[in-house]
Design a protein. Structure first.
Length: 639
């Protein structure tokens, strides 16, 4: 097979956007299409090799898989092996268990199925999975289990029949992908029936190059046509990289941009065309040669950096980490990939022994990590106590499902116990209205005011007309709460929410909506004293994880940097101005529990210490009690 430098350049065009996309650069919001480019290149090259061998009567399944093993496994096993100590040191048990499961899945080329079953590609948690990117290798290897068998079975029927059947299968796969992208997006993204058509596109092109003189009409060949279509293919790929993002259905008709674009380049570019010369630029070709190793290295580097980081990494830090993929890729290409591809240096028997032993070892380690819940015994007792808060049982604390409604519940699901026995015009009667942050505070409020009226619901900011796309129930729930305020006319009304939630728009949505809410309440219950409570400190990662990484004991009562302090403080300023302009009470939790950008990390209840938050910012029992003790006197002064 004649070497084409422009295809190595095309590999560079594929891998660079993927790396920068996973590094979080918004300019490359569609960088994930680089995987689709890889699929098409792989389909073309592998099919060309198989067809050539079959024409010469020398095709062997064993030899085919030997070539695949030499190409795929050595560098893959190296990255997996080097990832192990970092996973041991830096991954929490829950993450270590998932990593262990992925070791088994990668070794059996089924990681696409694992990641489909456990999460979506766009989930926030996906960027923390060191081996997430191996899903594409699994898709390729599953395809190459089926494809040679298909050719062997169909070979005697003739080339035209094979190509026709293959085009039919490709079309069915594309239709499944288009349907799945809208109805079962995670399955469509990961699984071979909806991805196979991408590898098959350039398999069809390989058929053309192999048999165009015999079975396929020659495509128009003219220098101007080659120039235009080659450049068009390059532009189609660039369009996908820059314009697409996580909201783009994939794989679907949109996927035709990078896949057809790649096909056009393979068909029409050469050393004599502009596109071919651009892609043959030596630095691009050099990156293309190490692109497989670069692809393998980038995700573990970025994922482990995110796990290890205590503060948000800067763009420069992510760029540096992404860049490290390439020198590491060069080293693994030179000292691992190349030697293993050399049949004189590594015999077939030794290669298969290496592959079998490596797979068994990784599967054994992965199985051990799974059954031991992520090697949980790595941690001492105090560390395990911190980790237990990541699975905080909040049902009783929040009165979840009763006075704190889950997303699937309606306002009619509020139970009678959410209301005071004799709430109408009751002295010191208090309604607490808000989302999960208000529900977390309710525990401390109830200890002081057992007759607290708690009306809280997941994701529902206490604003009239609030109707976010993912919480359509909020508008009815908030209308119900307003009707209860009108009916009960409480002496105090307390509003609390995660005011910095992305669904809340500070200007003008939050401000205008809150003003309308205040005006309405004053019309229906003019004597009610309204108090707005500012945002609760928030941390990233979850506070127990942050304490664990920082080696801070719960009993230390330490102050820990709050990554969202500035954002919460800015939102508090808006809330405070609304309160001041309308004669309301505003209470800043940051003022009480934070010093500069560091906030109290634990709270004491008797002889027990708990984290201030069990996740990024939801109060625990102890902190809810502590916050309530501090702010309720301020609230009562409003009398």
């Amino acid at each position: 097979m004649k070497y084409r430098a422009e295809i190595d350049g095309l590999r560079a065009i594929a891998v660079i956007p993927v790396v920068l996309f996973h590094a979080g650069f918004s300019t490359f919001s569609g960088g994930f299409v680089g995987v689709d480019v890889f699929f098409v290149i792989s389909g073309y090259l592998i099919t060309t090799i198989i067809l050539s061998d079959m024409e010469k009567g020398r095709f062997s399944i064993v030899s085919f898989y030997e070539r695949r093993a030499r190409r795929i496994l050595p560098a893959l096993f190296l990255v997996m092996f080097i990832s192990l100590p970092f996973a041991w040191l830096w991954l929490l048990p829950s993450d270590m268990k998932k990593f262990s499961q992925s070791l088994v899945a990668v070794s059996s080329f089924s990681s696409n199925i694992l990641f489909w079953l456990t999460s979506g590609y766009w989930d926030t948690a996906s960027e923390l999975k060191p081996l997430l990117h191996t899903w594409s290798l699994a898709v390729e290897e599953q395809y190459y289990v089926l494809f040679p068998l298909f050719l062997i079975l169909m070979w005697n029927y003739g080339k035209r029949f094979i190509l026709g059947a293959f085009i039919l299968i490709t079309g069915i796969s594309f239709i499944l992908g288009q349907w799945g992208a809208y109805h079962h997006p995670s399955a469509a993204f990961y699984l071979i029936p909806t991805r196979g058509w991408e590898l098959a596109i350039d398999a069809c092109i390989a058929f053309y190059f192999q048999y165009h003189k015999q079975t396929v009409q020659t495509l128009p060949s003219h220098k101007l046509v080659d120039e235009v279509l080659g450049l068009l293919g390059l532009l189609m790929i660039c369009y996908g990289v820059i314009v697409f993002d996580e909201t783009t259905p994939f794989p679907s008709i949109y996927t035709l941009a990078p896949t057809i674009g790649t096909g056009l380049i393979i068909l029409f570019s050469s050393s004599e065309t502009i596109a071919g010369r651009l892609l043959s630029f030596k630095p691009l070709v050099a990156i293309g040669l190490i692109s497989y190793s670069a692809y393998l290295w980038h995700q573990p580097l970025l994922a482990f950096a995110r796990h290890r980081a205590i503060i948000d990494l800067s763009e420069f830090a992510y760029a540096t980490i992404a860049f490290l993929s390439f020198p590491l890729a060069y080293l693994s290409w030179k000292y691992v990939e190349k030697p293993f591809r050399n049949k004189n240096g590594m015999s077939k028997k030794r290669l298969f022994s290496f592959s079998l032993i490596g797979s068994v070892v990784f599967i054994a380690v992965g199985f051990a990590g799974h059954v031991t819940n992520g090697f949980n015994n790595r941690y001492n007792d105090s560390q395990k106590i911190l980790l237990e808060y990541l699975n905080y049982h909040r049902e009783e604390v929040y009165r979840e499902g009763v006075c704190f409604l889950r997303p699937v519940q309606k306002y009619s699901d509020f139970k009678d116990e959410c209301f005071s026995p004799d709430p109408v015009n009751g002295e010191d009667s208090i309604i607490l209205w808000g989302d999960s942050h208000a529900a977390a505070l309710s525990y401390g409020f109830r200890k002081i005011f057992p007759d607290l009226i708690q009306l809280t619901s997941s994701g529902c900011t206490p604003i009239i007309g609030y109707n976010p796309p993912k919480r359509p129930h909020c508008i009815d729930i908030n209308n119900f709460v307003l009707s209860k305020i009108e009916q009960l006319k409480p002496e105090f009304l307390v509003l609390l929410a995660n005011w910095t939630d992305p669904l809340n728009k500070i200007e003008p949505g939050l401000k205008e909506g809150l003003l309308n809410t205040i005006l309405y309440i004053r019309q229906v219950s003019p004597k009610t004293r309204i108090t707005i409570i500012g945002g609760v400190p928030q941390w990233q990662p979850a506070l127990p994880v942050l304490l664990l990484k920082s080696n801070i004991e719960l009993r230390e009562m330490a102050y820990v940097h709050s990554q969202k302090y500035k954002k919460i403080r800015n939102t508090d300023k808006v809330l405070a101005s609304i309160a001041n302009e309308n004669g309301l009470t505003f209470i800043s939790i940051l003022d009480i529990f934070c010093k500069d950008e560091e906030c109290l990390s634990s709270a004491r209840s008797g002889n027990t210490y708990e984290p201030f938050a069990w996740d990024y910012g939801h109060l625990t029992k102890s902190s809810s009690s502590l916050v309530s003790e501090k702010i309720l006197p301020i609230l009562m002064q409003a009398k």
